[in-house]
Design a protein around this ligand. Structure first.
Ligand code: AP5
Length: 206
């Protein structure tokens, strides 16, 4: 397994696919969103700073997330490859990443914005990190993994989602061209079910 980036708008399914890839290929999933949310839960200074940005649907400052990723990539379990989920998100982050790591492939998951809005409206998450959609929960309100009550992510409120999509278009979408120019882009169009996307992801990884 190589060093992989998952690109895509909020709700495109990066986290969902990253979990499946990590399981299939035995590499760590590094999600800056998950790391920031854990810090918010734990009430750390980083979490307090991050919350003010995340709640508005804005990006956390580059230097903060670059520092997080730099430290994480130095850990032992990243030696044989990893999946970056939600990083980089700006050109400055991508340039910083090029200085600290060798990226082999950037997989862009392309999903129509109207599909994304539906997905985020139905997302339910657990404090253990598991993520679900109401369409497949069959009315259940608890986590299948740990039994805790599922909640709606604060930044999945409709007005915040609109801002996240705007921020994505302005600051993150230019990364598609950035990796295309480096000859490292694999584009996957997927408005379809999770398994369909994963089949396409596996094809480009193999
Ligand atoms: P982050 O946690 O990275 O959020 P995001 O990019 O907005 O992505 P999401 O987690 O919302 O969506 P996803 O693409 O992972 O989709 P998922 O698989 O969950 O970041 C949150 C915030 O942290 C940012 O707004 C920012 O403030 C900050 N941040 C994080 N990284 C940063 C960085 N590098 N720089 C600066 N700030 C940063 O799927 C969504 C839903 O759809 C789920 O319910 C899922 O079950 C369902 N679903 C998924 N795939 C399918 C499918 N194929 N069919 C049907 N349903 C599906």
């Amino acid at each position: 397994m190589k060093n992989i980036i998952l690109l895509g708008a909020p709700g495109a399914g990066k986290g969902t696919q990253a979990v499946l890839i990590a399981k299939e290929y035995g590499v760590p999933q590094i999600s800056t969103g998950d790391i920031l949310r854990r810090n918010i839960q734990d009430g750390t200074p980083l979490g307090k700073e991050a919350k003010s940005y995340i709640d508005k649907g804005a990006l956390v400052p580059d230097e903060v997330v670059i520092g997080i990723v730099d430290a994480r990539l130095k850990e032992e379990d990243c030696r044989n490859g990893y999946i970056l989920d939600g990083f980089p998100r700006t050109i400055a982050q991508a340039e910083a990443l090029d200085k600290i790591a060798k990226i082999d492939l950037a997989v862009n998951i392309e999903v129509d914005f109207d599909v994304i809005v539906r997905r985020l409206a139905g997302r339910r998450v657990c404090v253990c990190g598991a993520s679900y959609h109401t369409d497949t929960l069959n009315g259940s309100t608890v986590c299948a993994k740990c039994g805790k009550e599922l909640i709606v992510r604060d930044d999945d409120r409709p007005e915040t989602v609109q801002n996240r999509l705007k921020v994505y278009s302005e600051q993150t979408a230019p990364l598609i061209d950035y990796y295309k120019k480096q000859g490292k882009l694999a584009n996957i169009v997927s408005n379809n079910i999770i398994e369909d996307t994963f089949a396409k992801v596996k094809k480009v990884l193999e």
